[in-house]
Design a protein around this ligand. Structure first.
Ligand code: ATP
Length: 224
């Protein structure tokens, strides 16, 4: 059997996926399904390709083989930009532009593929809920602490309402109180709105308590 974890009503369906660093294969024949509301922890040894999997699933780098379908359609069928809005990566290291927090949050809504206007009140509410504070919307984003920046990156992704979030070590820079706030928010969105997530983590508590299933990725097939 290939390494796999399956669910019954797939929102995201990954079949026979081979992921690589350059052209060196890290994992082959991966099969993963994700249903609405599911939070799937991706765990495994350092260097096995967890981040690479998230980058491949969000169409930021090509797969060596296999198919990815979101709501039944491949990235090519969605169009790359539209697909990335529906399967959105929040990277481990914050990636904020040298602008204010609010300008960063508004940025994705400038593009043609944005279907809705910037949800100003929701942004304020999420800034409060994650204890960054709505008063920081006018602050230069890169002057926030790394933990605050990590939460702003999560808020930026959530404002686009993606059906699938790919979270790479989402709590690595957070203190325990902030971890609790992020956990409560993600679980509520999963329960109430059917948000699904792939969550890469080295934290066994996060994998066991936040997530509804776990996928343990084996060691990389080749050393890069
Ligand atoms: N752009 C790249 N060029 C060369 N090697 C790369 C590149 N990206 C990833 N790799 C290599 O691919 C392998 C997998 O990296 P990846 O970041 O996906 O692992 P990971 O499982 O997320 O690791 P960790 O748990 O340490 O974060 C590593 O050996 C890494 O050095």
């Amino acid at each position: 059997m290939p390494p796999s974890t399956q669910s019954t009503h797939a929102l995201l369906q990954i079949q026979g996926l081979a992921i690589a660093a350059g052209d060196v294969p890290l994992q082959t024949n991966l099969h993963l399904d994700l249903a609405p509301g599911e939070l799937l922890a991706i765990t495994g040894p350092s260097g096995c390709g967890k981040t690479t999997l998230l980058r491949t699933v969000t169409a930021l780098q090509p797969a060596l083989a296999g198919t990815i379908r979101l709501q039944g359609r491949t990235p090519e069928e969605w169009g790359w930009a539209a697909f990335r809005r529906k399967a959105t990566l929040v990277t481990q290291r914050p990636t904020l532009l040298d602008l204010t927090v609010e300008e960063n949050l508004r940025r994705p809504f400038h593009y043609r593929t944005a279907a809705t206007p910037y949800p100003e009140q929701r942004a304020r509410d999420l800034m409060e809920e994650l204890a960054v504070g709505a008063d920081r919307l006018t602050q230069a984003a890169r002057t926030l602490s790394i933990g605050q920046q990590q939460r702003v990156c999560l808020i930026r992704a959530l404002l686009m309402d993606p059906p699938v979030l790919c979270l790479d070590e989402p709590t690595s820079a957070l203190d325990p109180d902030a971890v609790g706030l992020v956990e409560r928010l993600i679980r509520r969105l999963a329960q109430d709105d059917g948000l699904a997530a792939l969550v890469v983590t080295h934290d066994p508590r996060l994998a066991a308590e936040w997530c509804t299933r776990q996928f343990l990725m084996p060691r990389a097939e080749a050393t890069v």
